[in-house]
Ligand binder design. Structure first.
Ligand code: NAD
Ligand code: HP7
Length: 312
């Protein structure tokens, strides 16, 4: 039996973790959230203990050490700036951690977590679900089967519309989320480096509360990207079809969309982690370095090789 605890159980993404725990045969022992609207627990694990205070959650989990209900895995679904603290908590509790993206906000946080992994002998795994998306897996295979040394021209457009609430919530607060490149872009920066190799240069053209556009030179690709949460920037055909997300990648003029097929990937992520094939701290390093560098860059404006939507 895999015994789980979860932090951030009242939030948007938590049901995907609860479903993944259930579907992989695990058991939720305890849950924590500051907010107590957590009836969702009943749909999966009505017997789980729930706490709104960390001290009591910790007391409960600590008392279970050495028993049949000892926590083996901690799922972390809290705001991004808390991941580091919550991963540390899980490791020190003696559990492996399954942490949402972005794993942490800064690259040096990874070094410190690795130190605690060594001390405790437990591991931190990161949800990097685009690496499990069928279209992305097929793309990686296609690039690997292509001529070695080839450099691809890539345009990536990633629009996930969000209403005004986003800016009021922790997601709109750069100190807590890292900003939109960190909170949302991290998925495709990870995917791009996974497929096309490591970063040679990272240029930011435009960065604002609702968008970021830039250029990444990777080992095997020159990437112009545009990311936005502003629905006014959705292409007309997506907006007419009442779609609120538009994720597309064009490689040497050939385009494919990957807007769909995300909801089941958490369960697949859990399956792999439990089978010993999860993505650990080192796997998160490239994308965390990229988002850190973007956050600290000074945008150069519409100069050089920029994405066609950068001036919108
Ligand atoms: P959310 O705001 O809906 O949920 C966060 C939850 O954490 C809230 O219920 C909040 O009350 C709780 N919380 C905040 N501080 C806490 C604390 N100190 N102790 C305990 N609970 C606390 O946010 P969300 O959209 O569910 O995002 C959660 C995490 O999941 C973030 O890291 C986000 O980046 C990630 N996420 C990933 C995906 C994906 O596609 N993989 C999608 C959405 C969110
Ligand atoms: N939605 C909500 O109701 N609440 C939220 O908190 C977020 C969305 P998608 P996901 O915004 O923080 C993406 O764009 O794929 C609504 C990022 N993941 O498909 O689930 C939204 O308004 C994720 O890393 O959202 O999440 C739509 O109606 C990031 O943390 C619907 O949910 C998250 O946005 C689906 O919206 C965020 C990917 O891009 C893979």
């Amino acid at each position: 039996m895999n015994n789980f605890a979860i932090i951030g159980v009242a939030g948007y993404i938590a049901p995907r973790h609860l479903r993944a725990i259930k579907d992989t045969g695990g058991k939720l022992i305890s849950a924590l959230d500051r907010f107590d609207s957590v009836g969702i627990i009943d749909s999966f694990f009505p017997q789980a203990a729930f706490f709104t205070e960390h001290e009591l959650f910790d007391r409960h989990n600590s008392k279970l050490r050495g028993t049949r209900e000892a926590i083996d895995h901690l799922s972390v679904c809290t705001p991004n700036y808390l991941h580091d603290a919550h991963c540390r908590y899980g490791l020190r509790l003696g559990a492996d951690v399954i942490c949402e993206k972005p794993l942490v906000l800064n690259p040096w946080n990874i070094d410190a977590l690795q130190e605690i992994e060594r001390e405790t002998g437990r591991r931190v795994y990161n949800i990097l679900q685009l690496r499990l998306h069928d279209s992305i897996v097929a793309l990686k295979k296609k690039i690997e089967a292509g001529p070695s040394g080839k450099i691809y021209d890539v345009d990536l457009t990633y629009i996930t519309s969000r209403g005004n609430w986003y800016y009021t919530s922790w997601k709109g607060d750069e100190r807590k989320s890292g900003g939109i490149a960190t909170n949302i872009g991290v998925h495709f920066y990870d995917m791009l480096t996974w497929v096309f190799g490591s970063v040679r240069s990272n240029v930011v053209h435009v960065a604002a509360h609702d968008r970021v556009a830039g250029y990444l030179e990777l080992e095997h690709a020159r990437v112009r990207y545009f990311l936005s949460i502003n629905e006014a920037l959705l292409p007309a055909d997506a907006a007419e079809g009442e779609k609120r997300t538009y994720r597309t990648i064009e490689i040497n003029g050939e385009s494919f969309e990957f807007s769909e097929g995300f909801t089941e990937l958490h369960t697949e992520s859990y399956r792999r982690i439990l089978a010993g094939e999860g993505f650990g701290l080192d796997e998160a390093r490239n994308s965390i370095q990229i988002v850190h560098d973007i956050r600290n860059a000074t945008p150069i404006g519409l100069r050089g090789d920029y994405h066609p939507m950068a001036g919108c």
